[in-house]
Design a binder for this molecule. Structure first.
Ligand code: PEP
Ligand code: MN
Length: 353
């Protein structure tokens, strides 16, 4: 049961009241325009009664949709998530995440990071633990890859994101990465979601390829209900009968999600398309449809990539994409978050904004 507390309640009572703490309640404070939200899990009738006896003036949260905390019923302003290095996702400025499918070497991830920085993108991506369809395909560099990704993020002063595949790796991914990615294949791995929901790093949740919008929001609800309120949703294409593309980008999911949830929504055109040739039009469509950002695969040498080279943009093509996103963002009343740098000044700071 989820209860909403009025704006003027004393938040300390939730943390300090032993009758609440000992009853197996889990609480999370959620600043909303209608009051703070208190999440109460496993509260049986007597538990709810006990809460009533504290005279907190709590009222039940609207239950007209099952994803209570993700819903706009509970928070009607968009959530803006701070991911570090002055980068946010979900505000009026679009945020672009780019980088290779997998981290392969120090020189590869450094080159990718430099392209991210000079292009006006904001976040560096790179997989260290890869969910490959074949057990014989490159599985990622693991912790060595995480170290290289972090080194690149620190050198270029940009936040980094990487996927966690296994519950055993949550701690190390949380330690190294600014954002924890949950991939499409784990979108409904509920025990992983619960554990990642207990971390304090922002989480990017990708839509599963066979997952409806409501199921997607319920997966986000698993993260929120464990107390992690910094959840970013990513539409990355779903399975349909169509074979011309790797997946079908569900562009309608963007406005539908924006109407249903206060969480930021971004689009990954790369895994939807399966070919770099479609990244440009799909990116423009995503921005036009109201996405808060993009996640694009970009590799310094896609022809040599160990994973997803076919759908990875070359750095020059990625820079051209960034140049055409900016006017599209302006057309829909948004700006582009990243600042422009020249290749020689990347470590020295911005040359123009
Ligand atoms: C990825 O982003 O590297 C990835 C594996 O994507 P998805 O989970 O969407 O397939
Ligand atoms: Mn990939």
């Amino acid at each position: 049961m989820i209860l909403i507390l009025p704006e003027n309640h004393n938040p300390d009572i939730i943390k300090t009241e032993p009758r609440l703490q000992s009853a197996g309640y889990r609480t999370c404070m959620f600043k909303t325009s209608r009051g703070s939200v208190c999440t109460i899990l496993n509260a049986d009738a007597s538990g709810v009664e006990r809460l009533r006896s504290l005279d907190l003036n709590a009222s039940p949260a609207p239950q007209d949709v099952p994803y209570v905390l993700a819903s706009r019923n509970i928070k009607d302003t968009g959530t803006e998530i701070d991911v570090g290095h002055d980068v946010t996702i979900g505000g009026s400025a679009l945020c672009v995440i780019a980088g290779p499918c997998s981290i392969e070497s120090e020189s590869q991830i450094m080159e990718a990071a430099e392209t991210v920085k000079i292009s006006g993108a904001s976040i560096l991506r790179g997989g260290a633990f890869k969910p490959r369809s074949s057990p014989y395909a490159f599985q990622g560099m693991g912790i060595d890859g995480l170290r290289l990704l972090r080194k690149a993020g620190e050198r270029y002063r940009i936040p980094i994101i990487t996927e966690v595949l296994d519950q055993d790796d949550i701690q190390v991914v949380e330690e190294y990465s600014d954002i924890i990615q949950i991939g499409a294949r784990n979108c409904q791995n509920f025990s992983l979601l619960k554990k990642v929901g207990r971390t304090r790093k922002p989480v990017l949740l990708k839509r599963g390829m066979m997952v409806t919008i409501e199921e997607f929001l319920l997966s986000a609800e698993y993260l929120l209900s464990e107390g992690n309120l910094n959840v970013i949703l990513c539409e990355r294409g779903i399975r349909t009968f169509e074979t011309e593309t790797r997946n079908t980008l569900d562009i309608s999911a963007v406005p539908v999600l924006k109407q249903r949830t206060h969480l930021p929504v971004i689009v990954d055109p790369s895994h939807a398309a399966g070919t770099w040739k479609l990244i440009h039009p799909l990116s423009l469509a995503a921005v036009a449809a109201g996405a808060d950002g993009l996640m694009v695969e970009m590799h310094p040498h896609p022809e040599n990539a160990l994973c997803d080279g076919k759908q990875s943009l070359r750095p020059d093509r990625f820079i051209a994409l960034m140049e055409s996103i900016a006017p599209m963002a302006n057309l829909v009343g948004r700006s582009l978050q990243g600042r422009y740098y020249t290749a020689t000044s990347v470590t020295a700071g911005p040359v123009s904004t």
